[in-house]
Design a protein around this ligand. Structure first.
Ligand code: GAR
Length: 201
């Protein structure tokens, strides 16, 4: 039987990619088939190379529209036929052309307890507001900003006022949660049905 194929899109350091690589490198049913970045200097591309995973840099500034850039990504992904497209710090909004193509097969990780703190600078806003709890969310992507159906969340008690320390703690949660969710989706324990999330976990 062919493996469940995962593609990762990123723009930065790729610590989540690394967690996914480490989790599935010897997995019998799940494989990481390609990594795409819109940033040339993204360290995530190096992580992919080191792990012998096909990786691509596509400069979004070369495309006159969001849709044209997304079509280029889709053209690359089409060759790999991923079962799941994983956004891991991919800092671009995807157009409906892309989202609709992969609806139910496209997930994102966001550093907040959605629906709180959509958008950017989540750690700063959490600290500014003296929130008692903070966390991470993995959700299916739809055509709303950080608004798709939630697969799972992890939370922590905010016990620091240092943004770097908080970010580090959040990353640790992400590195556990994201591979876990991918595994659940690959095993059909979490999925979308008519836009509703089904969880058998
Ligand atoms: C992660 O914290 C992820 O939640 C966030 O980017 C970081 C990427 O880290 N994503 C977003 O903010 C999406 N809106 P990484 O490159 O080390 O995996």
């Amino acid at each position: 039987m062919s493996k469940f194929k995962v593609a990762v899109l990123l723009s930065g350091g790729g610590s989540n990619l690394q967690a996914i690589i480490d989790k599935f490198k010897s997995d019998e049913t799940i494989e990481l088939s390609c990594v795409l970045s819109n940033k040339k200097e993204a360290y995530g591309l190096k992580r992919a190379s080191k792990a012998n995973i096909d990786n691509f840099y596509v400069d979004h500034t070369n495309y006159s529209s969001r849709e044209d850039f997304d079509r280029e990504l889709m053209g690359i992904l089409e060759k790999y036929k991923p079962d799941l497209v994983v956004l891991a710090g991919f800092m671009r909004i995807l157009s409906p052309i892309f989202v609709n193509q992969y609806l139910g097969k496209l997930i994102n990780i966001h550093p907040s307890l959605l629906p709180k703190y959509k958008g950017l600078d989540t750690h700063k806003r959490v600290l500014d507001n003296n929130e008692e709890y903070h966390g991470v969310t993995v959700h299916f992507v739809d055509n709303t900003l950080d608004g798709g159906p939630i697969c799972a969340q992890s939370s922590l008690k905010v016990e620091t006022t240092d943004i770097d320390e908080l970010q580090k703690a959040i990353h640790e949660l992400e590195h556990e949660l994201y591979p876990w969710v991918i595994n659940q989706i690959a095993n059909k324990k979490i999925y979308l049905s008519d836009g509703e999330i089904i969880k058998k976990v």
